[in-house]
Design a protein around this ligand. Structure first.
Ligand code: GUN
Length: 284
């Protein structure tokens, strides 16, 4: 059986094409707040701004110095909350060391109506309720669900095993897959016999942040594999799975890069459009 490559660039293009006319009508504006010069953040932000430009979405990149204080950052967040021209915004993570432990407070300060990352308690709480309340879901889980939908991979009744329990990927993805009637297992760094768990997956999502953690012996023949990781080793990019070894065994797999990454960006832009619709009282 031929292994299906889950092309996130193509699926993201389809979502961006869908958003383009909505952007033209609704004219939302997205703002990125960057504190300092983390090189990975620079690259992520470039991709987000590029996709905004591609679909004609107004955007602004607010780049403030590394030594910005918590009060200064909260003041920026407050200004963006109160600016009626700003539809949605996010503070790119990770923050510099002196701000890192304040991340929950900063996320809490963002108006839920403008929280296009979907990281705040209000939007995460809505994800908990049911699929119908997923208005501003976190972009990576949302992108993964959309990628599966794009390739018509059924989720209901399947056993999804997620490796990684972050608030931004693993935990919300578990809820979103439950909302779609999957049976979900969440594994993490303290899980015993990880391979025994991952081998039971119909759909395996690797989101542990550890390069090539998932080896071929840890997957079931014919499984669908979604790789959320991105790492640079000796100049080459790789994910949380041993892609070349896995692709011979599984039925479908995401490449790294070009899998989950573009879907995350497109889903973030989708959230900005959705935020604008809700601000205008439009039910989609
Ligand atoms: N850093 C890496 N991914 C993300 C994301 O989706 N949102 C924010 N705010 N920061 C990130």
């Amino acid at each position: 059986m031929e292994t299906l490559l889950l092309d996130g660039k193509k699926a993201a293009e389809a979502l961006l094409d869908f958003l383009k006319p909505l952007v033209e009508t609704l004219d939302p504006k997205l703002v990125v707040v960057q504190v300092g010069d983390d090189p990975a953040s620079e690259s992520y932000i470039r991709q987000k701004v590029k996709s905004c430009t591609e679909i004609g979405m107004r955007n602004e990149h607010m780049h403030v110095p590394k030594d910005t204080s918590l009060d200064q950052l909260l003041e920026i967040v407050g200004r963006l909350n109160n600016d009626p021209d700003v539809t949605g915004f996010f503070v790119q993570l990770p923050l510099p060391e002196h701000l890192e432990r304040h991340t929950p407070q900063i996320i809490r300060a963002i108006d839920p109506k403008k929280d296009i990352d979907g990281f705040g308690a209000y939007n995460l709480g809505k994800v908990f309720l049911s699929k119908d309340f997923e208005d501003l879901p976190p972009a990576t889980p949302s992108g993964i669900v959309r990628l599966l939908e794009h390739y018509k991979i059924p989720v209901a009744g399947k056993h999804a095993v997620i490796v990684g329990r972050s608030n931004t990927v693993g935990k919300p993805l578990a809820i979103m897959l439950l909302n779609r009637d999957a049976t979900v297992t969440v594994c993490h760094s303290k899980t015993k016999n990880l391979g025994d768990m991952t081998r039971k997956a119909d759909i395996l999502i690797a989101a542990a942040g550890k390069a090539k953690l998932i080896t071929a012996d840890m997957v079931q023949q014919g499984a669908v594999v979604i790789d959320v990781g991105i790492h640079r080793i000796d100049g080459a990019l790789c994910g949380d799975t041993d892609f070349e070894a896995l692709r011979k065994k599984v039925s479908a797999i995401t490449p790294v890069p070009g899998g989950v990454g573009p879907m995350t960006v497109a889903s973030l832009l989708r959230n900005c459009v959705r935020a604008k619709e809700r601000q205008m009282g439009i039910d989609s």
